[in-house]
Design a binder for this molecule. Structure first.
Ligand SMILES: [Ca+2]
Length: 354
């Protein structure tokens, strides 16, 4: 694969390469090289934090004391109040219906990742596009589990605990008349795994769809399918990998695995932001895919090497339009800024993207 590298990127990748790092290698926690143990993230106030992704055992022991499942919050948005959420509570039927929940509508659960909360772009942009840019009416349930996501410690257990709380809420709305088929959980990073745990734990049927937006790698390096998001957690599981091998899982783990620009460094993102730009690109692409005429045609490939001769266009689209006939490994080409969707008018332009 040919990558366009800036000179500083070559220096850094060369330095990383000296430690024997390749993105495809599945590493145990102990063998993650030094430079891949830290990342920069924007917190919910927009400030940048440098974060240790692989804390030691003592930190993990201490953090265990701070887990309280009742602190996972649920907030409902509908077309009637697209800007204002109403907090809703499990098993409070009256509150649910007074907030405007309609069991006949499709329901989207939106689950943020590390250092994010209800007001983060992942929740707000996807919610706004569903409610303001489509003709369909949805129940949008934003899951705020920011209490759990302030330290990158015990993230696997926290994702599972949050996922179980989300599953309980899904069973609650199914009991209120919603159907499991119409439930779609969309999660970014750690939130992708929380959706996986939720789907796996729902008692009243199997939910229709999970979309994993760059499912987190740190903390899940050696996880088995039951310990992370996988293709069995919903009827259909589609994933968008944008920082594979560093902040996101590189391997295909879903029913459909989309790899924009081969799934690692994204165009328009710089090496010095420690992956957070590429990691966040997954939710920007998904949000855009909800918009009319913003299509992401994708090539079905035999493997994740993405050689053109092993890939072909079968009509697949990445993001919201993906459906359960779209299965396998896909290569997608995007622009380096909004609109990320390529503006194509014919198949020759599409083939020229490779
Ligand atoms: Ca799973």
């Amino acid at each position: 694969m040919v990558l366009k590298l800036t000179i500083p990127a070559i220096v850094v990748i060369g330095f990383v390469g000296a430690f024997g790092v390749t993105c495809h290698e599945k590493k145990s926690k102990d063998s993650v090289p030094l430079l891949k143990r830290w990342a920069k993230f924007k917190n919910s106030k927009g400030a940048v934090e440098l974060v240790n992704l692989y804390p030691d055992e003592e930190e993990e022991m201490t953090s265990n004391l701070n887990m309280d499942p009742s602190q996972v919050e649920f907030h409902l948005y509908t077309k009637l109040g697209p800007d204002n959420a109403t907090r809703i509570y499990v098993n409070d039927s009256m509150g649910l219906h007074e907030a405007g929940f309609d069991p006949k509508r499709k329901t989207k659960f939106l689950v943020h990742g590390f250092l994010n909360n209800l007001n983060s772009d992942i929740i707000q942009n996807i919610k706004n596009n569903f409610l303001n840019e489509t003709n369909e009416e949805y129940n949008i349930i934003a899951v705020d589990w920011s209490v759990y996501t302030v330290m990158y410690v015990n993230v696997d257990e926290k994702s599972e605990t949050a996922g179980n709380v989300v599953a309980e809420f899904m069973d609650f709305i199914i009991g209120e008349g919603a159907t499991a088929d119409d439930i779609h959980c969309i999660g970014h990073s750690l939130g992708a795994h929380a959706c996986g745990f939720a789907g796996n734990s729902v008692k009243n049927g199997k939910i229709g769809r999970i979309t994993g937006l760059d499912p987190a790698l740190p903390g899940f390096n050696t996880a088995t399918p039951s310990q992370r998001l996988d293709a069995t957690d919903a009827q259909y599981v589609d994933c968008i990998h944008t920082c594979g091998g560093f902040l996101g899982i590189d391997e295909p783990i879903c029913t459909a695995d989309f790899y924009p620009n081969a799934g690692r460094n994204q165009p328009g993102c710089h090496w010095f932001d420690f992956g957070s730009c590429s990691h966040g690109r997954s939710h920007e692409l998904f949000a855009e895919s909800i918009l009319n005429e913003h299509l992401f045609p994708s090539f079905l490939c035999d493997d994740v090497e993405f050689t053109p001769e092993k890939c072909m266009f079968t009509g697949a689209l990445m993001g919201y339009p993906a459906n359960n006939e779209t299965t396998g490994i896909f290569y997608t080409k995007t622009n380096d800024g909004f609109p990320f969707a390529p503006n194509l008018t014919n198949i020759e332009q599409l083939n020229a993207m490779f």
